[in-house]
Design a protein around this ligand. Structure first.
Ligand SMILES: Nc1ncnc2c1ncn2[C@@H]1O[C@H](COP(=O)(O)OP(=O)(O)OP(=O)(O)O)[C@@H](O)[C@H]1O
Length: 321
């Protein structure tokens, strides 16, 4: 279920081709490599979260998928087309957040949405859409008078106005208050469940990814370090327990193991009695994610080798804590 560098995400069970297929995607800005061979498949009707810390390469990946950025290497298909060659018909099937609406600062919200609706053959009704994203109360407001969170809601409305099959949302809930965030999560769920819209979103927020996504890919330093359903990732993270104890010489000890009961039994036998300060802890997905991110920061592995996120630190050696 987890991947190591370059290992492809397993093919989808569906007969239909994935909506997004990415293989061996590499990207360099000048001499700096920021994507090191990313593989992804996103299925129709799926909410897929690309999760990673600042600078991981999420926006770069999305911009390449949207056709706004030229990749350095690799194969990319979005709705069966190479985004680098996507024409207007292809673009019309995709919902994305265009920054250009910010040039229309003096327009009123409903006016702007109605204007963008005219670019599409069968747009959503602007009033319904404003209700959907919770902006009905702001429909008469000038765009430059919206709060940050309200602007993000308008971003989402603009991305949806053309009834896209596939929506790209880059950090959509940045600046949202908790209620707006919950409304947004409900909206994404409805879109995917009721309308079969495929959603690819990026986030740094593990809780958001777990809550929303059918599948998550963790991108760290330009590499997919793990992927799977939230349940699969959580199970995999918890598969290796951390056992802590104090050795008879007073040293604090720590060991990671897939079989903590065996380790405790062995320790008990070795010591010939109760194990002092014994603690057995299963890591959560968040522990694993944070450790993975921290490790990359410490190692500065932008171009170096990586170990699999869920195997790292799991071994039989005993180390001083
Ligand atoms: N136009 C650019 N020119 C040079 N380097 C860039 C450019 N855009 C992004 N980068 C670099 O590429 C790396 C990945 O950036 P990217 O914006 O894709 O990350 P991200 O995961 O979206 O981060 P964040 O969560 O902070 O938005 C970063 O090191 C960034 O500094």
């Amino acid at each position: 279920m987890t991947t190591t560098e370059g290992a492809p995400v397993p093919p989808t069970a569906d007969a239909a081709p994935p909506v997004i297929q990415v293989s061996g995607l590499r990207m360099s800005y000048g001499s700096t490599d920021v994507l090191h061979g990313v593989d992804l498949d996103v299925r129709r009707g799926e909410v897929f979260a690309l999760l990673g810390p600042n600078g991981a390469g999420k926006s770069t990946t999305v911009e390449i998928l949207e056709g706004f950025r030229q990749r350095s290497a690799g194969t990319v298909r979005v709705l069966g087309t190479d985004p680098a060659r996507g024409g207007d018909a292809w673009r019309g099937r995709i919902g994305l957040v265009l920054q250009s609406w910010r040039d229309h600062r003096r327009w009123r919200v409903a006016e702007l949405l109605t204007h963008f609706a005219t670019y599409h053959e069968a747009p959503r009704d602007p009033a319904e859409l404003l209700a959907l994203v919770g902006l009905t109360g702001q429909s008469g407001k000038q765009v430059d008078q919206l709060s940050g969170g309200q602007r993000r809601r308008l971003d989402v409305a603009l991305a949806l106005v053309g009834r896209p099959e596939l929506v790209f949302l880059d950090e959509p809930t940045t600046g949202f208050d908790p209620e707006a965030r919950r409304d947004f999560h409900d909206l994404i769920e409805r879109l995917a469940r009721d309308e079969g819209v495929t959603v690819l979103l990026t986030t740094h927020d593990l809780v958001e990814a777990e809550r929303l996504a059918d599948r998550i890919a963790m991108l760290v330093n330009g590499r997919i370090r793990a992927h799977g359903t939230p349940a699969e990732l959580a199970r995999s993270a918890a598969a290796h327990a951390e056992v802590r104890w104090t050795a008879p010489d007073g040293t604090a000890r720590r060991e990671h193991t897939a079989d903590p009961s065996r380790l405790v039994w062995e320790l008990h036998r070795e010591i010939g009695g109760p194990v002092a300060d014994l603690e057995v802890r299963r890591p959560t997905l968040e522990d694993t994610y944070l450790r993975m991110v921290h490790q990359d920061e410490v190692a500065g592995t932008a171009a170096g080798p990586v170990t699999d996120a869920f195997d790292d630190g799991v071994g039989s050696e005993t180390r001083a804590a």
